[in-house]
Design a protein around this ligand. Sequence first.
Ligand code: SF4
Length: 691
Amino acid sequence: MTGAVRTTCPYCGVGCGVVAKAGGAGGWTISGDPEHPANFGRLCSKGSALGETLGLGGRLLHPVVDGGRATWDEALETVANRFRAVIDEHGPDAVAFYVSGQLLTEDYYVANKLMKGFIGSANIDTNSRLCMASSVAGHRRAFGGDVVPGNYEDLELADLVVLVGSNLAWCHPVLYRRLARARAERGTRIVVIDPRRTATCDAADLHLALKPGSDVALFNGLLAYLDRSGALDRDYIARHTGGFAEALAAAAGEPRAVAEACGLDAGEVERFYGWFAGTEATVTVYSQGVNQSSRGTDKVNAIVNCHLATGRIGRPGMGPFSVTGQPNAMGGREVGGLANQLAAHMAFTPEAVERVERFWRAPRIARREGLKAVELFQAVEDGRIKALWVMATNPAVSLPDAGRVTRALASCEFVVVSDCTRDTDTTAHADVLLPAAAWGEKDGTVTNSERRISRQRSFLPPPGEARPDWWIIAQVASRMGWGEAFGYGSSAEIFREHAALSGFENDGGRAFDIAALADADYDALEPVQWPAPGTARLFGDGRFPTADGRAAFVPVRAAPPATLPDAGFPFALNTGRIRDQWHTMTRTGRVPRLASHIAEPFVAVNPADAQAASLEDGGLAVVRSAHGRAILRVRVTGDQPPGRLFAPMHWSRQFSAEGAVNALVAPVTDPISGQPELKHTAVGLAPFEPA
Ligand code: SF4
């Protein structure tokens, strides 16, 4: 393909291949890569508008220290000296990194190595904590490692696809198109399980609008039904799993009782159960509606239990399938860039710590887990963390209780932000700003939801003084005295080191064996699934990376969301994404045609609730919680069940004077995964009356 660069879309976890060619809007024409196995040439609205995000408007082009332009030397010295001073005075746990699923795997690897191996703290967490941490924890409990067993093709091979807490049509549009085509060609049956009616329901044979938080009751009821109806694979259970009896004992429930617990029609529950029991080729896809919950990990295991009970895992067209929100959430998991992982899928076991310490020649390795995202910012607020480095993300908009996060940033002794965007709600609080290279300028790898590693290739020089994230982190590490361990000359060199570390026999149990790639081979790397290059599915042989080689059923019990509506806050607010915007809109917000879909922040309200609250479609409402308030345009819609509201989380102060919707959300997290409950906050609703 001459004159064209093959790279990867930087938005969602589908990880579509993109071809950039000179010419067209923004100087580049962007099209789908027909050879990429994630999308085979398709792109959604966001991906096809990438060429219009390449301009320099809003870019951070040079380092800034204390509000004034600085040289790279001055900025890097300032960061290294201030971090060093805080560590010397208060210890390594007084500093933290908050990183991002937007980072490339190589960037992630270097940041994780610096914090855990050299600074000596595990206080590095990621905005992927908001995206898939509950799936990680659920996989580890069931499989013994954080591994997605299946792939995208399974959605095309399945006879039944169950979508739980996933608006696939808007949030993973290209994967949805693949599913819709399979449905048209071979009649795939689709069940959507979601409290609200979304665009995805248009293709559903059955929509179960269950009560928020009742997913465990529904899937426990399914497990009991599979037992009663003789649909269990008892041979598989006996030979490849443990703990079935305990899980079943926790799961008892007739469809009628389940329907009542879930707020559903008993006949519809029975229909879903009958379809699941009678369809061998079944895939269950789950996403943020499952993960972003105070019981997210239990929800994941309730789903996985049903697949283990039927032996439907790791074979073509069947399995539980967590789809990630971010382009490189999976790459971050691979390098261990989460506060509760050490490195390369390894936990903080004594053996793993010793192994990584030796590999990195680490002078001061972290030996225990660090603070997860929400608790990390609570530690910033109460002064335990005194120096914070935020990389490629905007927590002042995206985290729950975002107003408190903003206050924490404002009060922190020393804040560094490395980003490609100059003015965000987070950069406003930075003592030092470091200009990072953006998509189209960066070079490295990302891993999508089906474990496929793809290259992001640069086709533009970084503007101004922008530099790759890995270079920035390595420069700070060198100035802190660790130049020998961070003397990288290229992303290829970092990838080889990461792949070599991952090739250790780890608790994922499998070797990743492409550690010896020459630079030219790395440049030419075709999309490839790990662990061994080209592993399409895992666990099809019934062997799992646990101590006894068996998968574990996890007994789970239904429990309501942590904050329930009451007289003061009578509605349940769900925050999420819309079709044409990405996260806090630092890129998609600059493309006018993407705003033509939905132009401003809104709250979706059921007609009866709107009438009771004296709200009109198109009017303004004040939504308030115990944590904050937002003024939002009212959208009256029957898609929204009574008593429940939906508001998108994208708009920041850049685009809306009222700031972040996630400022309303309670900072409640799943006790196992640490993932926040962004899908359920008790709020009040009233017409907006100007002062
Ligand atoms: Fe990009 Fe996701 Fe759209 Fe594919 S589906 S083009 S990865 S945003």
